[in-house]
Design a protein around this ligand. Structure first.
Ligand SMILES: Nc1ncnc2c1ncn2[C@@H]1O[C@H](COP(=O)(O)OP(=O)(O)O)[C@@H](O)[C@H]1O
Ligand SMILES: [Mg+2]
Length: 465
């Protein structure tokens, strides 16, 4: 089974949706990744701020306890107390911030432990000692111990900050790569979609629009009467069905037209033959018989005795009546079939028609020799009917008849200068004439504007239909 256009359109639509969808999935996941990176970078910055704050607390503790130890003034203990109270909170906050990185979490815990130990085991005892014994509090040994502890903590801070900064730099590199991937995916998705749409449009044009346009053009030619036209078949799916059905339809139309033409020709020929038989029977039978009766009567007239003159007169009237009957019979049989046409050909027959026409006729005849019999008969009836119409309907003062056989076509024109307004269908004459001419593959045109005369133009192919 050939795939139809509908299923092809569905497949194309699905492919397009998949390509666009895939591009969007990549794009969206890249955007989510970028957002994640952004959050991580912000968290890194926060860690650095926090670590810095924690370090400052240690410095506050250091300078507070040293100031008190040196001077014994309670004012130094105010920032010291605040800093020692704040340290555990701040340290817990830092641990929370680096919880996602085990290495950094270990550093943070170490800082917390070191700071708490510094406060508990060094700073608080030092302040107590200084309160009790100011000299011992000022000892260089205590100061050196404090500096060692603070330096150790500073090293821990530096390690944490360096690790954090390295992680942030790596994160930035990853997010740059992510951004590049996102732009690439977006561009590739866009280009792919555009390409697919272009390909699909081209495909539709080639498989649907172009063949339909060809079939439409062929249909126009058929409507104009050219039944030989066919379209190239082999189109896709339903379009192929359309093309093949169109060709089949054109073939059927042409066959029907040919059959119609053939049957019309048979009918016209049969009618002509019947008329000729009747004419011959009238001429050879009844007419000959009447003529010999007239001759017999003449002989009888001679034998009438001189003393019976009224018998002679009656025989005279009888002879006259019989002669009139012969003339009428001749006239009738000529209407049925013109003997002169079969005997002498078209030119003499048309001349006879011209002579008999009540409207004066100008003849222009150029028909050498004899033509096929059906053509001669048709031409004779065309001119006969046209001149009869001129006499009957036109109120014309003159008519012309032109006949010319050339290039395999007999061209006839009968014109008058009468009232015009002739149309086939108004009576039986022009319709019958059209039947006869078209049966032979010819054409009839009646040009008859009201008030401007009538022109009947007929073309008859000499070779037959
Ligand atoms: N030469 C003409 N001049 C004017 N009118 C004409 C002429 N020929 C035909 N007609 C008109 O066209 C009609 C159709 O003609 P036709 O088919 O020969 O029928 P009809 O049997 O009436 O002659 C006529 O009835 C007449 O009205
Ligand atoms: Mg007529």
């Amino acid at each position: 089974v050939k795939t139809g256009l509908t299923s092809r359109a569905v497949v194309a639509g699905v492919v397009l949706a998949l390509v666009v969808g895939a591009a969007f999935v990549v794009l969206l996941s890249s955007i989510a990744g970028l957002r994640q990176s952004q959050l991580r970078l912000e968290a890194s910055a926060q860690v650095l701020v926090d670590a810095n704050r924690l370090e400052r607390l240690i410095i506050d503790i250091e300078s507070g306890q040293r100031g008190f130890a040196m001077t014994g003034e309670e004012t130094f203990l105010q920032p010291w107390r605040e800093a020692t109270a704040a340290f555990p909170r701040q340290a817990a906050e830092l641990e929370r911030l680096v919880a996602d990185d085990p290495g950094q979490l270990a550093s943070a815990r170490q800082i917390t432990a070191a700071g708490e130990s510094y406060i508990r085991d060094y700073s608080v005892p030092l302040v107590d000692t200084a309160r009790r014994d100011p000299v011992a509090g000022r000892s260089a040994r205590a100061a050196a111990e404090g500096k060692r502890l603070v330096d150790a903590m500073r090293a821990d801070f530096d390690q944490l900050v360096t690790a954090r900064q390295a992680a942030a730099a790596a994160q930035r590199r990853r997010s740059d790569a992510e951004a590049r991937r996102a732009s690439l995916a977006g561009a590739a998705g866009l280009a792919g979609s555009l390409l697919l749409i272009a390909v699909y449009t081209g495909y539709l044009t080639r498989t649907v629009a172009a063949p339909v346009r060809r079939v439409a053009a062929a249909a126009r030619r058929i409507a104009a009467g050219d039944l030989t036209v066919r379209v190239a078949s082999g189109g896709v799916g339903e379009v192929g069905v359309l093309e093949r059905s169109f060709n089949a339809m054109a073939g059927t139309l042409a066959r029907n037209r040919d059959e119609l033409r053939a049957s019309r020709e048979r009918i016209v020929t049969a009618a002509d033959q019947a008329r000729r038989r009747i004419e011959r029977d009238l001429h050879d039978g009844i007419q000959q018989r009447l003529v010999s009766l007239v001759l017999d009567l003449r002989g009888l007239q001679d034998a009438v005795p001189a003393d019976q003159p009224e018998l002679g007169e009656r025989l005279d009237r009888l002879t006259g009546g019989l002669n009139e009957a012969v003339d009428e019979l001749r006239e009738v049989s000529r209407g049925i079939h013109p003997a002169i046409l079969s005997d002498a050909g078209l030119t003499p027959a048309l001349r006879a028609l011209g002579r008999r026409s009540p409207v004066p006729v100008d003849l222009d005849l150029d028909v050498p020799g004899r033509l096929p019999e059906p053509v001669e008969v048709a031409a004779y009836y065309v001119v006969s009917e046209a001149l009869a119409n001129t006499a009957k309907h036109a109120r014309a003062t003159a008519a012309t008849v032109a006949a010319r056989a050339r290039n395999g076509v007999l061209h006839l024109e009968v014109c008058d200068d009468g009232a015009g307004g002739a149309a086939a269908g108004g009576g039986s004459g022009l319709v019958g004439l059209t039947d006869r001419v078209e049966a032979l593959g010819g054409t009839v045109a009646v040009i008859s504007p009201a008030g401007r005369g009538t022109r009947l133009v007929v073309d008859l192919p000499l070779a037959g239909p």
